[in-house]
Ligand binder design. Structure first.
Ligand code: HEC
Ligand code: HEC
Ligand code: HEC
Ligand code: HEC
Ligand code: HEC
Ligand code: HEC
Ligand code: HEC
Length: 314
């Protein structure tokens, strides 16, 4: 029975991968021309006036990684599903630059899968965030969700470190990248200096997500999207370093839920994956106390049995 289930599951996974690969094989030729230029450091084109072949360097911010693209959520897309068909000619006609780009909720919010992801609730939270409040329409969902590489992480993996580094990179892409930040504000910014007060800063940035401290906790969303102004950020150590850690309702929310379903043990995840001072109990002590408990129970049982046995004999 076990082998049957295992074999079925395996063939299902293989099939899903096959389907995905098939889609990619169909879509690749459509995107080839775009990637020939946008996928490598140097590109060539023919100068129509001189007939000469020209070799140029692709500007870094227009350079895309095709392997990340085909691993992303939107792997099944032709470039011109999102971009204007005008881009098929080069030099790109100026009108193409004026294209109006789709936003997430132009396409999402209608299917059952979309309900699961709660697009409309996320959108509402985003409109309350500092990014929207300060930058308005210059900022969009795409600024954190790279259109050419975004993948779902927190929902799909149980590797906490991987989630943290992926999610933090989404923020650091701007907040630790002066050029990109200046593009929006004209100012320089170095988030590392703003967190001098936090001891073991590097350890914290590797073990907690930016959004843990910078968003309003939202029990209904897996990923809270309301980024608050810096003066409302979590600064209080006890918010995390305690039995009732904030992390249980944010980063570990999904895992805790899954775990509760499986073994009904709320603290299971946090104890295994991360050692947060105060949030974890000593495992050995736990085991010792369970052992003591069983021994006591056993003692009582033996005692009771003996009594019954002896009373009967009399
Ligand atoms: C011959 C090389 C070449 C090909 C082929 C090419 N591009 Fe480009 N693309 C460029 C260069 C160079 C730039 C930056 C300069 C400019 O805007 O013309 C650019 C800029 C862009 C931009 C940014 C425009 C902006 O807002 O500044 C987009 C979007 C784009 N290309 C999409 C595409 C898509 C989609 C395809 C395929 C259908 C494609 N490109 C094919 C060379 C190319
Ligand atoms: C799911 C929709 C989507 C798909 C598919 C897509 N793009 Fe984009 N692309 C966007 C959006 C949105 C932006 C603007 C990003 C921003 O403003 O931050 C963009 C921006 C760009 C830029 C400008 C540089 C940048 O990152 O801002 C280039 C170049 C580009 N796309 C090329 C491509 C090519 C080539 C493909 C196909 C391999 C492609 N895009 C597929 C949505 C898409
Ligand atoms: C042009 C339409 C379009 C736009 C714009 C778009 N998506 Fe998608 N998205 C799709 C389609 C189609 C799929 C693949 C089919 C599916 O699973 O719904 C998809 C897949 C996804 C998935 C994976 C769903 C799953 O479980 O497989 C996520 C998450 C997602 N998109 C988020 C976003 C976000 C966030 C944005 C904006 C930053 C966005 N999408 C913009 C059309 C779009
Ligand atoms: C300030 C950065 C930021 C902005 C802006 C942003 N997001 Fe996100 N979003 C994230 C992060 C971080 C995640 C977690 C990614 C992961 O681990 O899967 C996420 C996850 C998501 C998910 C998946 C949630 C789930 O339950 O798995 C959806 C859907 C989504 N965002 C939609 C949007 C939409 C729609 C907008 C614009 C209205 C938006 N996001 C704007 C940072 C942002
Ligand atoms: C596309 C670039 C970009 C990305 C990505 C980005 N931010 Fe921002 N962020 C900004 C800009 C621009 C401001 C506004 C600065 C200003 O005008 O004061 C800002 C403001 C903030 C503020 C308010 C600072 C204050 O002075 O009150 C916080 C907190 C913040 N961001 C956190 C985050 C977090 C957390 C993420 C990731 C989930 C993130 N940001 C992703 C560009 C970005
Ligand atoms: C342990 C909680 C915590 C974590 C984790 C954290 N921050 Fe902060 N952050 C704060 C607090 C508190 C402030 C306010 C500091 C002050 O005003 O002196 C702040 C300030 C900021 C500011 C505003 C800086 C300014 O100009 O005043 C930005 C932007 C920011 N953080 C982004 C981030 C990003 C990006 C990450 C992830 C790499 C991150 N934070 C991780 C608590 C945190
Ligand atoms: C958002 C949650 C959060 C907040 C707020 C927070 N911490 Fe932490 N802290 C963590 C996590 C998670 C770790 C686990 C790091 C590890 O072991 O990898 C940690 C680790 C530590 C460590 C051990 C570092 C090491 O190298 O092992 C110290 C010390 C610490 N925190 C002190 C503080 C102090 C003091 C404050 C308040 C100023 C604070 N933390 C605020 C989540 C938090």
């Amino acid at each position: 029975m076990f082998f049957l289930i295992a074999a079925l599951t395996f063939s299902f996974i293989v099939k899903a991968q096959d389907d995905r690969q098939e889609i990619i094989n169909d879509i690749k030729p459509l995107n080839k021309a775009c990637f020939d230029c946008h996928g490598q450091q140097y590109y060539t084109y023919t100068n129509e006036n001189t007939g000469q072949e020209v070799r140029k360097e692709m500007c870094e911010s227009y350079l895309l990684d095709d392997s990340l693209y085909y691993q992303s959520n939107h792997f099944s897309f032709a470039c011109i599903d999102c971009h204007s068909g005008d881009y098929e000619s080069y030099p790109h006609p100026p009108a193409a630059r004026m294209e109006q780009l789709y936003t997430c909720t132009d396409c999402h919010g209608f299917t059952e899968t979309d309900q699961k992801y709660q697009f409309s609730k996320i959108e509402d939270a985003y409109y309350e965030s500092v990014h929207y409040e300060r930058e308005g329409d210059n900022f969009s969902c795409w600024d954190c969700h790279d259109p050419h590489s975004y993948v779902v992480k927190a929902r799909r993996t149980t590797d906490i470190k991987e989630i943290i580094s992926y999610n933090n990179a989404q923020c650091l892409e701007c907040h630790a990248n002066e050029d990109k930040f200046k593009l929006l504000t004209g100012e320089k910014m170095n988030v590392l200096e703003q967190h001098d007060w936090l001891p073991n800063q590097q350890a914290h940035f590797n073990s907690v997500r930016c959004i843990e401290c910078h968003t309003a906790v939202d029990e209904e969303l897996l990923i809270a999207h309301q980024v608050m102004p810096a003066d409302s950020a979590v600064r209080n150590c006890v918010e995390c370093h305690s039995q009732n850690s904030l992390l249980l309702s944010t980063l570990y929310k999904h895992q805790v839920k899954e775990n509760r379903k499986k073994n009904g043990f709320v603290n299971g995840v946090i104890l295994n994956d991360s050692y947060v001072i105060g949030a974890s109990r000593n495992e050995t002590l736990n085991k010792v106390s369970i052992a003591l408990f069983i021994l006591t129970l056993g003692g009582i049982l033996v005692h009771a049995l003996l009594r019954i046995f002896i009373t009967k004999k009399r």
